[in-house]
Design a protein around this ligand. Structure first.
Ligand code: F6R
Length: 606
């Protein structure tokens, strides 16, 4: 949550900051701001409530500089107005700070050190910048020493990514992080910082990691990394294999539609990356060896990634025959279940930065348990800190509602389950032709995205007016129901729930009124008949029933028919119409599909 950029050493500062912020807008979009300094005596602070376009509109031609910092915000402390937007600055207008994260002990710090300071905002960030100023002016410290003192005072449970500028050293960015993501970008004659690589990819392909509890000093021709004890550290740079244009919307009205449409290509890319010509999974043997030693797999994730984990658990149990449970990371982190003797952890995360999941991984590492992160973002925090990583190869996912990352996660889980099962010599895995099945999935997805018009018509007819809707199914269809309902509620604001269809009559059926949409997902032979009966029970109480059914289980009146694939990976297809139904419902209501209210793409606060 919140995006940070900074640059020093170029007269392109303003355009680099604005371009970077636009690429980070997925991380928060309730207000934005920049501070730039021309190093010849002029500086500018521009902040606006709302989107980056509001900030851009406020820039006059004279706003130029050789260094600057910028921020796009997802409010944690104080409402999203101009005063609370970042950069926050000290009372004497010497220090400017952008921050992503939450300072848990900001009230204590304010009380102890800053009772004489008049605050302009309600943010925790302002406390930090005022505190730096206080230590410099009242205690006669230099900026670095003052910042270090502040960093030591911030409680360990806080999260932050900071970029600080001092008007008296206008070519220097002081940078530090704890839990929140931040990278250095190495340019030619100038250097940058950003919350992710994509925000700097137009300028450079060379990056440097920052670890928690380091102080990084970024100057036009030099980057210094030190521990809090002033010990200088050497850090190699790395490059990222990503096309900066992959994050462009092209002719699409919204990223979400583009990302739904990209799913067949993502499936084909995964086949290319992970399956050899003979269909044999190409998975690191060390990973398989560690997994086969486990007596229980624990899948950890949040939101859509958690839902992908629900599908994965069935795949691992079926093909690798290892008991698997799935956990919501924000729950697991604070209410750890009793673990088996030899646990193996699988983290699912599109961004690789979700704070709740990272909290669990820190604990896993403290206990030296082996782990795997399945993520879309190479070198992300969860990827760096887990024992193993498998990438999703889905390309940047920009829309807040996750689509192609979900299907990529399920596909990678299917490949891994097959690989592990084969490694263990299990027949079910040997018989599962994952390469052929994923090829069928890619074609099936293509057929579904090509029939958008029909799905749009269903959305406008059935989902545009009701306040509530239900997705129901059993087994894997229930797992998809949860994801389908999340998609609908997060972007169209229809209060949607996913239910195990057998549970309806144990309470929820009381909510069914005339015309309440109830959408049944039917892809599993064993339970198809039961789900259909449950749908009829709701119809008898006035529900408007719709069905998404696999061809081999379809009936004449079904609303959407899915091409046939192995039932174990049917979620890869049944989720696609649900994504499109959510998209068209949101579009029909005139909402901003890509940036739903109150949300941000990357949830880096707990
Ligand atoms: C919903 C959505 C979220 C994320 C969740 C976890 O469409 O995108 O529920 O799935 O915030 O994010 P990652 O996968 O980045 O850990």
């Amino acid at each position: 949550m919140c995006g940070i950029v900074g640059v020093t050493g170029t007269n392109k500062t303003v355009s680099i900051l604005i371009d970077g912020l636009k690429r980070l807008e997925y991380r928060g979009y309730d207000s934005a701001g920049i501070y730039v300094n021309d190093q010849a005596g002029k500086d500018f602070l521009i902040k606006r409530a709302g989107r980056i376009t509001n900030l851009e509109a406020a820039l006059t031609p004279e706003v130029q500089g050789m260094a600057g910092i910028g921020h796009t915000r997802w409010a944690t402390h104080g409402e999203p107005n101009q005063a609370n937007a970042h950069p926050q600055y000290s009372a004497d207008k010497r220090f400017y700070l952008v921050h992503n994260g939450v300072i848990e002990n900001y009230k204590d710090l304010k009380e102890e050190y800053l009772s004489d300071v008049k605050f302009k905002s309600q943010t925790d960030t302002e406390v930090i910048v005022q505190l730096v100023d206080k230590f410099v002016t009242a205690y006669d410290m230099d900026t670095k020493a003052a910042l270090l003192k502040v960093l030591r005072l911030i409680s360990r449970d806080s999260s932050y990514a900071f970029a600080l500028m001092d008007k008296e050293q206008p070519d220097t960015l002081y940078v530090a992080k704890n839990k929140s993501p931040l990278l250095v970008g190495i340019g030619k004659g100038y250097n940058m910082v950003g919350s992710d690589a994509l925000s700097m990819l137009n300028e450079t392909n060379e990056f440097m990691e920052i670890e928690d509890h380091e102080l990084v000093i970024v100057q036009p021709d030099h980057v210094t990394i030190e521990s809090f004890d002033n010990e200088e550290k050497h850090r190699d740079t790395f490059t990222v294999d990503m096309d900066p244009n992959a994050a462009d919307k092209g002719a699409y009205p919204f990223y979400m539609l583009k990302e739904i449409d990209e799913q067949p290509a993502v499936m084909r890319r995964l086949v290319q990356e992970y399956l050899g010509a003979n269909g044999k999974p190409q998975i690191d043997e060390k990973l398989l060896a560690q997994m086969q030693e486990a007596d229980h797999l624990y899948i950890v994730g949040a939101g859509t990634s958690y839902h992908a984990g629900l599908v994965g658990a069935r795949l691992f149990e079926r093909f690798a025959q290892i008991p698997t449970s799935v956990h919501i990371s924000s729950e697991f982190a604070y209410e750890q279940p009793l673990l088996s003797k030899k646990p193996f952890f699988i983290f699912l995360s599109q961004s690789g930065e979700t704070a709740d999941s990272r909290e669990v991984l820190v604990h896993v590492n403290e206990n030296k348990w082996p782990s795997l992160t399945i993520t879309n973002v190479d070198k992300s925090t969860l990827s760096r800190e887990a024992t193993h990583t498998l990438l999703l190869y889905a390309g940047p996912e920009i829309a807040v509602a996750s689509t192609k990352a979900y299907t990529a996660q399920v596909a990678v889980e299917a490949i891994l389950a097959k690989a592990l099962g084969e490694y263990l010599g299990l027949e079910a895995a040997q018989k599962f032709d994952v390469k052929d099945e994923l090829a069928k999935v890619a074609n099936g997805m293509q057929a579904l995205v090509d029939s958008k018009d029909e799905i749009e018509a269903i959305a406008s007819h059935a989902l545009s007016k009701p306040r509530n809707a239900f997705y129901i199914g059993r087994g894997l269809d229930w797992s998809v129901s949860l994801e389908a309902a999340l998609k609908l509620k997060e972007i169209s604001y229809v209060q949607a729930e996913g239910f195990a269809s057998g549970e309806l009559k144990h309470g929820t059926i009381a909510l069914i009124e005339k015309n309440t949409p109830v959408i049944g997902i039917i892809t599993q032979s064993r339970t198809a008949g039961l789900t259909r009966s449950n749908l009829e029970e709701t119809a008898a109480r006035g529900a408007n029933i719709l069905t998404i059914a696999s061809r081999h289980l379809a009936k004449e009146d079904d609303s959407i028919i899915l091409p046939d694939v192995d039932e174990m990976i049917s979620p890869l297809l049944s989720v696609v119409p649900a994504q499109l139904l959510a998209y068209y419902t949101s579009l029909g209501k005139g909402l901003d599909v890509d940036k739903p209210r109150n949300l941000a793409k990357s949830v880096t606060v707990q």
